[in-house]
Design a protein around this ligand. Sequence first.
Ligand code: ADP
Ligand code: MG
Length: 365
Amino acid sequence: MNKEPTTPGMALESQEKHASGSGTIPVLAVRNLTKIYLVGQTEVRALRGVSLDVYRNEFVAIMGASGSGKSTFMNLIGCLDQPTSGEYKLLGTSVSHMTAKELATIRNKYLGFVFQGFHLLPRATALNNIALPLLYSGVPKEERDRRAPKALEMVGLGTRLNHTPSQLSGGQQQRVAIARALVNNPLLLLADEPTGNLDSRTSVEIMTLLQDLNRQGLTIVLVTHEHDIAAYAMRRVTFRDGRIVSDEPIATSRSVEVNSSPVQSEEIRDVEPQFGASAEETAILTTDRMIPQPAKPLVSKETGQRPVTAPLQKEPLRAASPANSSQQPSQVHRVKISVLPLLILLALLVTLLRVALRKFFNHCT
Ligand code: ADP
Ligand code: MG
């Protein structure tokens, strides 16, 4: 037998070489995966023994009613949470019993995440949002400067590099999120309801983009509860009550002209309630405190690695140490602006007082 690779990354890399040659190792293979949440004294059986193989270059849609276990499954295959039992192999390497730190390395190196909420840093430009995962993987600045714009070009946003999220439409923000998921060249893209916040026309655009990326070789697992959206995939896996109840190919996956879809404004749709918002943040490290100034590194060398928190906790993940308000340029700026008129007013009052006093003394003498 071969000597065991010393790190999970090395194990995956050696498997990756093997897989690219033979194409026989599934990108992900899960066996009898279960997940039980404890809510007070009550056990919630979210997954009750799920087994699935996904091969390279597949585009799989996970479907099922709300509460059927889709997001729980995505959290497990995204290495954001540990199963209660069962096995999960990523390119042949078991990841079910890895430590939180090892899982963080796997996520950063091999997985890309897209969620219903875009989780972009609100004050950072599209470019800086995309540079974040590169920074966490220790990619040098020149390389980051080369790869981040390229990723934005891939999603058709080459002319929006310096826009902040508020200057972009919902569809464009989701494109930025997709570019961020792609920038590390992931083995697998995991998308949980990526069109959940988008109107139907924009949803079509996003699905067409994902379909294009899949045709260029990207392996995608997408969660949706909409048949129209699943129709863009090649294979549909349906969950019910924590189990897979069907797994079938989609005969002719949809490829619709963008203009043929009904046009609506970019309104926010009613969406399924989402569990695991902080797991999403763990996946993509969403915290605007990590970018005090866009030009500076997002995480200091001292704090080092991206932190790992237990997924599905209530408090949102904060990667940097608790924010020091003096580090927030916009707040400092606001303080300066509000103090200036006060000083002018004070100077004016002092002058008036001096004039009044002088007049009073003159009058007395
Ligand atoms: P879906 O994504 O298909 O809507 P989920 O995976 O979010 O389903 O949820 C599956 C089941 O697990 C539901 O019954 C849900 O209430 C429960 N569940 C999900 N996340 C948690 C959690 N963090 N704590 C407790 N129960 C949870
Ligand atoms: Mg869900």
